[in-house]
Design a protein around this ligand. Structure first.
Ligand SMILES: [Zn+2]
Ligand SMILES: [Zn+2]
Ligand SMILES: [Zn+2]
Length: 312
């Protein structure tokens, strides 16, 4: 009887040499013999030297070279366990990196995966994954939007949406659709959380209207009116921009910028405006009008809900 017969190898001692000739040992695997469909009939044949080196000739070996037919069995089984269908190879078979064709009941066929990834990493249907990621992202977005809405600055009907654009640092920019100015703005999440608007209201979110008197020395020349978020700062700007002296006549405070804007529009459309030129006053020369319009201006601002404050 050959010296190898009856000897055991394998990580679990599952391989037993049942026969041997001058060149080969014939071994039976306790594990693989159970699955004849995959492994074929035992015993497995191996060189004596391989047996002495305790190599595993069966599916128990991590580096086992599966045949095309065996891969077909493994892939079919794996696909079934994940709820997919294995259709076959998507290209000529060339080992474990061969691309495969699978079918998802929901999304149909895909061919992006290779044998080894599918068998060992259980990579599934890319569309299913995209959906899952989408659902997760949507949830995250809802959380972020909740934070934006906590900021008291935005109109309650403002719509926030993650855009497809990223900033230089790789952060997604967010769209804000503002019902007040009817404009869409783009900005970072942190800017929005900080309460800064990116829509048309960005430049100014005016809730104040002002009437200033432009004077040449002591002589009144014209009226300069307008709306602003900070009339005091605006006054300083006008003083810098204008060739005339500027004196504040009245300030009106509005509860919302819509009324404030509407009031200004009314002034512009119902009065003779733009009586000075850009040379006289760099920015906002169109909101200038005759001195005799002073009472009408006051009336319009008050009609739109402006509350007259003490002048600056
Ligand atoms: Zn085995
Ligand atoms: Zn799918
Ligand atoms: Zn706006």
């Amino acid at each position: 009887m050959h010296v190898l017969i009856g000897r055991k190898i394998g990580s679990k001692g599952q391989l037993t040499c049942v026969n041997a000739d001058a060149k080969y040992a014939y071994v039976v695997c306790d594990i693989c013999c159970v699955d004849i469909e995959l492994h074929g009939p035992n015993p497995f044949r191996m060189l004596h030297s391989a047996f002495y080196m305790k190599q595993q000739p069966c599916g128990c070996s991590k580096s086992h070279r599966w045949t095309k037919e065996q891969y077909e069995i493994l892939l079919s089984r794996k696909a079934e366990s994940l709820g997919f269908m294995f259709n076959g190879f998507a290209e000529d078979f060339h080992g474990k990196t061969t691309k495969i064709s699978l079918t998802c009941a929901k999304h149909g066929e895909w061919r992006s995966g290779i044998i080894s990834n599918f068998l060992h990493r259980a990579i599934g249907c890319p569309e299913c994954k995209r959906e899952l990621v989408g659902i997760r992202a949507k949830k995250d977005d809802d959380e972020i939007i909740k934070k934006f809405k906590l900021v008291d600055v935005f109109h309650p009907d403002t719509i926030f949406k993650r855009s497809n654009t990223k900033d230089a640092y790789g952060s997604y920019l967010w769209e804000m659709h503002c019902p007040l100015c009817n404009q869409m703005g783009l900005s970072t999440a942190s800017a929005l959380k900080g309460g800064s608007k990116s829509c048309g209201c960005k430049k100014q979110n005016p809730t104040q209207a002002y009437i200033n008197i432009l004077k040449d020395g002591d002589l009144p020349i014209a009226l300069k009116f307008g709306i602003s978020k900070f009339s005091e700062m605006r006054l300083k700007e006008i003083k810098k921009d204008s060739v005339f002296e500027v004196e504040n006549f009245a300030i009106f405070r509005f509860t919302n910028s819509e009324d404030c804007r509407d009031a200004e529009s009314e002034c512009l459309s119902s009065l003779d405006c733009g009586i000075l030129t850009k040379r006289d006053i760099q920015n906002g020369f169109t909101e200038t009008t005759h001195l005799y319009n002073i009472d009408t201006l006051v009336k319009i601002f008050e009609n739109y809900g402006g509350i007259r404050m003490s002048s600056l």
